[in-house]
Design a protein around this ligand. Sequence first.
Ligand SMILES: [Cu+2]
Length: 181
Amino acid sequence: MTMQNDAWVISLVGIGLVALLFIYVIAQAGKIAPDPAGVQKKAYALRRPLFWALIVLGIGVAYGTLRTFPIPKQQGALHPAQTVQVIAHQWSWEITPAPIQAGVPIEFDVTSADVNHGFAIFDAHDRLLTQTQAMPGYTNRLIYTFAQPGTYRVLCLEYCGVAHYGMMDELHVVARKGDRQ
Ligand SMILES: [Cu+2]
């Protein structure tokens, strides 16, 4: 016998043993195991309270880890202290007016003159603060309150053509009149 034949026979025996094991397990699956001490009965009796304990625990964990929604309500009456018009172009931002006040809600009315863009505001550490789509024929209203005065970066988050990478601008946020610098 060649080595291939040996391997074939060994494989067949192995497959046969695994198949027998499966048949044994399937044959045993329907039988009820002897339970002289009533252990199984006790375990079954615990199922219902354990199930409800898990439900209560799940609700508790979900409720306990809830956080307030990170952005203010965008529907209904908006009472922004200042409204800023944002029109996206390939490949620049038209933002009026400047400067913007810190510490009060600012409404950005964001639209596009050509294709879809993504209006995104980043802080000095390049952390994304807020963003919305700039879409032709539609105005997205975005409310944001700047905690600190400073210079913020505006980048486009939607690929909009060959010069998309250069579609940057700045927002100059100043302290509100009456606020100490
Ligand atoms: Cu863009």
